[in-house]
Design a binder for this molecule. Structure first.
Ligand SMILES: Cc1cc2nc3c(=O)[nH]c(=O)nc-3n(C[C@H](O)[C@H](O)[C@H](O)COP(=O)(O)OP(=O)(O)OC[C@H]3O[C@@H](n4cnc5c(N)ncnc54)[C@H](O)[C@@H]3O)c2cc1C
Length: 564
């Protein structure tokens, strides 16, 4: 053991989260919902003032709905009357429109069936979302320490030891944690220290976010523009409104290599030039409020787990801003990991369950990174490396398409349709693509949304998920309930049992449950705490191994060896 860890630790916690931005805060919140109070350290004293992500998709909002923050997020989102055109490609705000067409279907976020979900995407800046997550996680018992950083850590048998520093005072202390989760962003020191490399195209460019104030009413001439892509000789980037104030805008611009500017410290004059070129008015009065430099890249970590350390969010995968998948993918990582950590920490699952985190979430990142990289090449037609970037995007997507015969993924695939193949799913067909373009109700996929009526109130079937495993059966599936209750009892686990049918307390008046979940009246579906289908039996005859004992099925899903 190194010098720094030669003393006893000062605190012992189940989970130490490093990084208190959108993904770290989401993980703290999801763990708190599973009654695991995590300790989170964030080196900044507050959450960031830069909007960065501005669209949180409907799947993310389903997860926030479970966490009890859906309505407060909708209250805080950008009012719809402030929203205008999105997705136009222009020479400048006052210049020629270059393209009004959507990106090709497989590379577009496109429009999604509004009936796919009980909720919808939220248009809210990351800077406004993070304080809401922070507040809710604290309410539920998470210990969130801002102005505090991880200095060093060391793996140990049974956990990790970490040296933590309070930045204002310099005071240091030692933490022992059963698990450390790195939500420390693109340049993750935890990932580097763990010696984890990455694959993918790598760096695509250095970008700058310029938050500025300007009265653009003359340039807009009555049009409403929320977001537009700008391509001209001076600037390639995205211009958009930032927040409610009409004069508050943001330009995300590629720092072009031909510029004489230092890529790590662009001057104010250069930033003003970029902004004015994007607007197309050379003498436009502009006040720069703040700038943020960031690397735009396309990469996925080779490993997501190193013993007791896990990577989530940008620490695990970095993608372009095209498609708006970065934060959303990270939040889904956090949701996938939280219930597994909780069950293992509560000794209700074998530690081996945790290996399914990487098996499930790495392909989901391949999918999002591949689609986002393809969109980036499509949206930046002048990029010198466009062809190479396109090829890299296709190679990334082949990891999940598996065969050239598989149709290209759509927006649905990235948002809802990533498909898990792991030991935490009972499924036999290993050669299937790792995504679907419409809900199938198969094991390894998100359990589809169906409206139910209960006690005279309309509810989504998704509102049954998020706590325990859930067993859903048709009206003639009572025997499955008995068998699962018995198997769960042997494992010391609780399962919520629901019979769904037109004449049941959870009434499927539209008659869509069985078709959506691929079962008959006598079939059953087991849904995991993250709302993914773990197992299904289309009808009463499909008993695993012909047996009434479901213990072997259930214990395998929880990571226990077959001999148990
Ligand atoms: C301009 C822009 C627009 C974007 N738009 C979208 C969008 O519309 N939709 C979308 O889904 N995504 C979008 N993204 C991507 C999204 O912002 C990122 O994916 C997201 O911020 C990643 O969150 P994270 O928590 O993983 O990492 P980060 O946000 O990078 O946070 C990492 C945190 O870890 C902290 N940290 C690092 N090291 C330590 C340490 N040793 N100790 C303590 N704390 C530490 C850092 O201070 C930081 O707060 C956009 C990004 C940018 C730049």
């Amino acid at each position: 053991m190194s010098e720094c860890f030669s003393h006893m630790y000062d605190e012992d916690v189940p989970v130490l989260i490093v990084g208190g931005s959108v993904v770290g805060l989401s993980l703290a919140l999801f763990l708190a919902l599973q009654s695991i109070p995590a300790l989170l350290v964030e080196r900044h004293t507050t959450t960031s003032i830069h909007a960065r992500a501005g669209t949180f998709n409907a799947r993310t909002m389903e997860l926030f709905r479970q966490a009890g923050v859906e309505s407060i997020i909708f209250q805080q989102e950008t009012p719809s009357e402030h929203l205008g055109e999105m997705g136009l490609r222009v020479e400048s705000l006052v210049g020629k429109v270059l393209d009004t067409t959507e990106a090709p279907a497989h590379r577009s976020t496109g429009s999604i069936d509004p009936f796919a979900s009980p909720t919808r995407a939220a248009m809210i800046g990351q800077h406004k979302l993070e304080p809401l997550l922070q507040q809710r996680a604290r309410e539920l018992g998470s210990d969130l320490r801002f102005g505090t950083e991880l200095v060093q850590f060391e793996q140990q048998v049974g956990g990790i030891n970490a040296l933590i520093r309070e930045r204002a005072t310099g005071q240091e202390y030692r933490i022992h944690a059963h698990y450390l989760v790195a939500a420390d962003g693109n340049s993750s020191a935890v990932r580097h220290q763990s010696g984890i490399g990455s694959y993918g195209y790598g760096t695509l460019g250095q970008w700058v976010s310029i938050l500025f104030q300007a009265n653009l009413s003359e340039a807009l001439q009555g049009r409403k523009v929320t977001l537009c892509f700008v391509n001209n000789v001076t600037v390639d980037g995205i211009l958009g409104q930032s927040g409610e104030a009409r004069d508050r805008w943001a330009l995300f611009a590629n720092l072009k290599p031909r510029s004489s500017e230092r890529l790590d410290a662009p001057s104010e004059v250069y930033c003003l030039d970029l902004v004015r070129a994007a607007i197309g008015v050379p003498d436009q009065p502009v006040k720069i409020v703040s700038t943020l430099l960031w690397e735009i890249a396309s990469r996925v970590a080779e490993r997501y787990q190193q013993e007791h350390v896990f990577l989530v969010g940008d620490a695990a995968h970095v993608m372009t801003t095209m498609g708006a998948f970065g934060a959303n993918t990270g939040i889904a990582d956090a949701h996938n990991l939280a219930w597994k950590l909780a069950l293992v920490l509560k000794k209700k699952a074998h530690e081996h369950l945790l290996t399914s985190y990487a098996q499930e979430r790495q392909p989901a990142a391949d999918l999002a990174v591949g689609v986002s990289t393809g969109l980036y090449a499509y949206r930046l037609p002048h990029h010198e490396q466009r062809e190479a970037i396109m090829r890299s995007a296709e190679a990334m997507l082949m990891r999940v398409r598996k065969s050239f015969d598989t149709p290209q993924p759509t927006a649905f695939s990235v948002i809802y349709g990533y498909r898990y193949h792991s030991a935490a799913v009972a499924y036999e067909y290993d050669d299937d693509p790792l995504f679907e373009n419409e809900p199938s109700g198969c094991p390894g996929t998100r359990a589809p949304h169906v409206w139910l009526s209960h006690n005279g109130t309309l509810m989504s079937i998704l509102d049954l998920y998020g706590g325990n495993f859930v067993l859903l059966t048709g009206s003639a599936g009572q025997r499955w309930c008995e068998m699962f209750a018995q198997a769960a009892g042997k494992l010391g686990l609780s399962v919520d049992l629901y019979t769904i049918g037109t004449d049941q307390p959870y009434s499927d008046s539209a008659g869509s449950f069985q078709a959506s979940y691929g079962i008959s009246d006598s079939g059953a579906v087991l849904v995991r705490p993250d709302g993914f289908i773990a197992w299904h039996a289309p009808n009463a005859a499909t008993r695993p191994g012909g047996s009434d004992d479901l213990f072997p099925v259930f214990s395998r899903l929880l990571g226990y060896p077959p001999s148990l």
